[in-house]
Write a protein that binds this ligand. Structure first.
Ligand SMILES: Nc1ncnc2c1ncn2[C@@H]1O[C@H](COP(=O)(O)OP(=O)(O)O)[C@@H](O)[C@H]1O
Ligand SMILES: [Mg+2]
Length: 336
């Protein structure tokens, strides 16, 4: 085991729910690793095990060469964690929040304070240092939370959905913060539901669904897996979707994926995109199909997710209902 974070066959159940069904990960030092998956995929469970907050049922994991079970005590001071629900104390000021975390890491009080001042300065929170955290915006709170995870100068950071719920501007600020930390040599494992976030930040990505890693690689590798370009059509009348699949049978390099709700068909077309596009238009005309839009595009991670799982990486209100639905689909039951 040589990576900064190494996971082998990690398994965890809660009652009858198999939250992790044997995942393997290997995160090289000084890189950002993105654990990408929808609600209920098992991301937080993995982070909780890696940060010694939860015991696995099986498999093993090491962080900075320390076993998360056997060496838990020694490991605790070696990583930073910014959890999914920010651990910020609303009634304390920004400065007091970070100082408090420093004291939890047993820094002497003068050092905890000096470190808090330094960190707040560095992440653009110096002006707000003396204000209670309840006056902070959502973006500032997240930055404060990530900043607090740096108090003990850890080499490895775990960030659980660091930008979920943030506006685009705050998201960009956090991305910049994360990039800076990686440039300094930190290793970061972040979880996200946002394909765009993984695409932008992560050196490598593991796509996780229902407790299993269903694909792993760089963003480009994942996109290449589904074979080059994608022809995407939007219909005016959703009832035409099935007819289009018939009309365009054999035109692409793989199976079309349908999104009934969006009235959309995506067909992988390899590198023959332009000629496929030209071929398909007269065929659709002959079939009197009204197309709202037709375009070629390089696959997004959305396409990857769709092609791997047969469903979009949708965000749903109730994660358990969503996961139950996905389990049903995985067993071949009617998706609706
Ligand atoms: N403490 C718990 N008790 C019971 N079920 C849990 C608990 N923690 C997580 N789960 C379940 O395990 C699955 C994975 O959850 P989680 O790791 O939180 O997913 P994610 O972070 O990817 O949204 C979900 O079905 C969730 O309901
Ligand atoms: Mg989670």
């Amino acid at each position: 085991m040589a990576g900064a974070i190494v996971v082998e066959g990690l398994v965890k159940s809660f009652g009858t729910v198999e939250a992790l069904r044997g995942i393997d990960l290997d995160v090289a030092p000084g890189t950002v690793f993105g654990l990408l998956g929808p609600n209920g995929a098992g991301k937080t469970t993995a982070i909780r095990i890696l940060t010694t907050l939860l015991l696995p049922d099986g498999g093993r994991a090491e962080v900075v060469g320390l076993d998360v079970v056997r060496d838990a005590e020694a490991l605790r001071s070696r990583f930073g964690l910014a959890g999914q629900s920010a651990a910020v104390d609303e009634n304390l000021t920004g400065l007091e929040n970070i100082e408090m975390v420093g004291r939890l890491y047993h820094l002497p009080s003068a050092e905890a304070r000096a470190r808090a001042v330094e960190i707040l300065e560095r992440f653009g929170l110096a002006d707000a240092a003396g204000r209670q955290a309840k006056t902070y915006s959502g973006g500032m709170r997240r930055r404060l939370d990530v900043a607090a995870s740096l108090v003990a100068r850890p080499d490895v950071l775990f960030l659980d959905e660091p930008t979920t719920g943030l506006d685009p501007r705050s998201r960009m600020d956090l991305w910049a913060m994360i990039r800076e930390l990686v440039n300094e040599g930190k290793t970061i494992l972040l979880t996200t539901q946002y394909l765009e976030e993984a695409d932008n930040l992560a050196d490598r990505i593991a796509v996780i669904d229902l407790g299993t890693v269903i694909a792993e690689g760089t963003s480009d590798e994942l996109k290449d897996q589904i074979g080059g370009e994608v022809l995407e059509l939007h219909v005016q009348d959703r009832a035409d979707l099935a007819t289009i699949v018939e009309i365009l049978a054999g035109i692409g390099t793989g199976e079309p994926t349908l999104d009934h709700e969006a009235g959309r068909i995506r067909i992988p077309v390899g590198s023959a995109g332009p000629s496929t596009l030209l071929d398909s238009v007269p065929r659709l005309d002959d079939g009197s199909i009204a197309i709202a839009d037709i375009a070629l595009h390089r696959p997004t991670l959305d396409d990857v997710f769709l092609s791997l799982t047969g469903h979009a990486a949708e965000q749903e209100e109730d994660p358990d209902a969503a996961a139950t639905k996905r389990r049903g689909r995985a067993r071949g039951e009617d998706p609706r």
